[in-house]
Design a protein around this ligand. Structure first.
Ligand SMILES: [Zn+2]
Length: 138
């Protein structure tokens, strides 16, 4: 490899600076910094696709090893939380449905009796007051 400024072959890998490392993942993974030992010029050279593809794969695997477990745990926790909320909502809905059905059945049966309207009203009040004590399935 020759230096593009002076043509010297004494060229070495240069370290990436902090901000370059930060951008490296997104923009600059295809190239690599070099420095000429003769004229001190620093320049970037494009890597071959198979080289930077391999680098990306290695880094991805490393990242997965480091954070994969936490990420998996996070996804699992979210899934469990969502399921619990869903089941709770569903059972609340079901309970409401059962309550409504029982109430309607009670009213229907009340209407079929030959009680007068005052007695029916009192029976309805009794039902509403003692709703919690009635054997409503949970
Ligand atoms: Zn040079």
């Amino acid at each position: 490899m020759r230096c593009p400024t002076c043509g010297s072959t004494e060229v070495y890998r240069s370290k990436r600076r902090a901000f370059e490392r930060a951008f490296n993942w997104v923009f600059w993974y295809q190239q690599r910094p070099y420095r000429c030992a003769t004229c001190m010029t620093r320049y970037w050279k494009k890597l071959e696709p198979r080289v930077w593809r391999h680098t990306l794969r290695v880094r991805g695997a490393k990242l997965l090893r480091a954070w994969g477990l936490y990420f998996g745990a996070l996804v699992l926790a979210a899934l469990v939380a969502w399921t619990m909320i869903y089941v709770q909502q569903q059972s609340l809905k079901d309970n409401l449905l059962i309550d409504t059905a029982i109430e309607q059945e009670m009213i229907k049966r009340l209407d079929e009796t030959d009680l007068n309207s005052d007695q029916k009203e009192r029976a309805r009040e009794f039902f509403n007051e003692n709703r919690d004590r009635l054997p409503i399935p949970k």
